[in-house]
Design a protein around this ligand. Structure first.
Ligand SMILES: NC(=O)c1ccc[n+]([C@@H]2O[C@H](COP(=O)([O-])OP(=O)(O)OC[C@H]3O[C@@H](n4cnc5c(N)ncnc54)[C@H](OP(=O)(O)O)[C@@H]3O)[C@@H](O)[C@H]2O)c1
Length: 338
C-alpha cells in the first residue's frame, strides 16, 4: 500500500512540525523542495511518497517520516539505499548532497528486529564468565559425582580461572564504560550466533581445563610464568588501544579518525598496525593457550584470529579508502605480515 505524506512547508502542515524538519529554519524554506519515493528493494513496490521534503533533510529524518506511515519499521530497522542492491546510506547523509534529482527514489530493506549493541556484548561476555566458573567449581552433572564441588590440585587451573574471569569482566566493563559505539543496534538474530560462539567455546575450554584428569603444561612453572606475562602484557595493550579509540571520538558523535600512537607506549604499535586491539587480543589468547596447554583453547585462539583478521582487513581497507594520508607502513593485524 502506498502511503503519501505531504510534508508541508514552514507555514503549514502538522506533519512537518512533528517530523522535525522545521528545525532547519527560514533559510531552508526558500530552497526548492524534493519529492521522495521509497520503494521496496525486493519487490520494487512503492511503499511511501513524501512530498515537499526540504533539501537539507537527512536520511535519518527521512527514516523518521517513513516510520510514521509504517510504524512496524522503526528507524534502526530500516536500510535506505540509492540502489536496490547497494550499500545503506548513513543517517547523516543529506538529501541535496546525494546524486538524486528533485524527485528522489530510495530503496528500503527491513533489517529485522534490532537489539542494542551493549545488550549483545554484555550477553556475549557474561555467558563465558558464568559458564567457566560452573566448570571451575565442578557443579554437579558435569564430571563424575565424586568430584562435585572439589578443587583442582594444580595451581595453574586456579590461575587460568583468574585470567579467564579477568578477561571477560574487563570486556563487560569496557562495553559499559569505555567503548563509544557508532551503531546503537544490531539485528536480533546476531545475538544467537555470537552467543553460540562465545558460550560454546567457553564451555568446551572450561570442561578440559577444570577436568579432574587435566595435566599441567609440559615445561611447568617456567612455561606458566612466561604465558602469564604474555597474557597480562596483551591485556594491558588491548585496554590501552580501547582507550585510545575512545579518545578519538567525542561523546555522542560517530566520528571516525585515524588512530595514532599516544604517550602510552602500548599504543606505539599503531605505527605498524591498523587494528592493534585485535593483535593484543590474539596475544592474550596465545598466552592463555601456552598457560593451559589445552587443545580447545588453541582452537578458540585460531578461530578468533581468523575472524579478527577478516575484520581487520576490512577496517584497514576502509581507512585507506577514507583517508588519503593514511600511514603507508601499517598492516591490518600483524606487522609486515598480514
Ligand atoms: N576473541 C575473539 O574472538 C574476539 C573477536 C573480536 C573482538 N574481540 C574483542 O572485542 C574488542 C572489541 O571488538 P570490536 O570488533 O568492536 O573492535 P573495534 O571495531 O576496533 O571497536 C572498538 C571500539 O572503538 C571504536 N572505534 C574503532 N575504530 C575507531 C576509529 N577509527 N575512530 C573512532 N572510534 C573507533 C568502535 O566504534 P564503532 O562502533 O564505530 O565500531 C568501538 O566502539 C576487541 O578489541 C577484542 O578485544 C575478541
Amino acid at each position: 500500500m502506498v502511503q503519501q505524506l505531504h510534508v508541508a512547508s514552514l507555514s503549514g502542515g502538522r506533519l512537518c512540525q512533528s517530523s522535525g524538519i522545521l528545525r532547519k529554519g527560514v533559510q531552508a524554506a526558500k530552497m526548492k523542495h524534493y519529492e521522495v519515493e521509497i520503494l521496496d528493494a525486493k519487490t520494487k513496490d512503492k511503499l511511501c511518497f513524501l512530498d515537499k521534503v526540504e533539501p537539507n533533510a537527512t536520511i535519518g529524518e527521512i527514516k523518521s517520516m517513513f516510520h510514521k506511515s509504517h510504524p512496524q519499521w522503526y528507524p534502526t530497522r530500516q536500510s535506505i539505499r540509492l540502489d536496490a542492491k547497494g550499500k545503506s546510506l548513513k543517517d547523516e547523509d543529506v538529501l541535496q548532497q546525494l546524486p538524486v534529482g528533485t524527485t528522489a527514489t530510495f530503496y528500503f530493506r527491513d533489517l529485522g528486529a534490532q537489539i542494542s549493541w551493549v545488550t549483545v556484548f554484555l550477553t556475549e561476555y557474561t555467558g563465558p564468565l558464568v559458564l567457566y566458573l560452573m566448570f571451575y567449581f565442578r557443579v554437579p552433572f558435569i564430571y563424575a559425582s565424586k568430584y562435585d564441588f572439589s578443587t583442582s590440585k594444580h595451581w595453574v587451573v586456579h590461575l587460568a580461572c583468574m585470567c579467564h574471569s579477568f578477561h571477560f569482566l574487563k570486556r563487560n566493563l569496557e562495553t559499559l564504560f569505555v567503548h563509544r559505539f557508532s551503531h546503537g543496534t544490531m539485528p536480533l538474530r546476531n545475538i544467537f550466533k555470537n552467543c553460540t560462539y562465545y558460550w560454546g567455546f567457553a564451555a568446551w575450554m572450561a570442561y578440559y581445563i577444570n577436568h579432574p584428569l587435566y595435566t599441567p603444561p609440559i615445561y611447568g612453572e617456567q612455561q606458566i610464568r612466561l604465558a602469564l606475562i604474555l597474557f597480562l602484557f596483551c591485556q594491558i595493550g588491548n585496554f590501552s588501544i580501547h582507550i585510545a579509540l575512545r579518545n578519538l571520538r567525542p561523546p555522542g558523535s560517530k566520528t571516525r579518525k585515524i588512530p595514532y600512537p599516544t604517550k602510552n607506549p602500548f599504543t606505539w604499535i599503531f605505527v605498524l598496525v591498523s587494528c592493534p586491539n585485535y593483535t593484543y587480543e590474539l596475544g592474550s589468547w596465545l598466552g592463555f593457550t601456552l598457560m593451559t596447554q589445552c587443545l580447545p583453547v588453541a582452537f578458540f585462539t585460531l578461530v578468533g584470529f581468523i575472524q579478527m583478521t577478516v575484520w581487520a582487513k576490512g577496517k584497514h581497507r576502509s581507512y585507506l579508502k577514507e583517508f588519503r594520508d593514511y600511514p603507508p607502513l601499517r598492516s591490518p593485524i600483524l606487522p609486515f605480515i598480514l
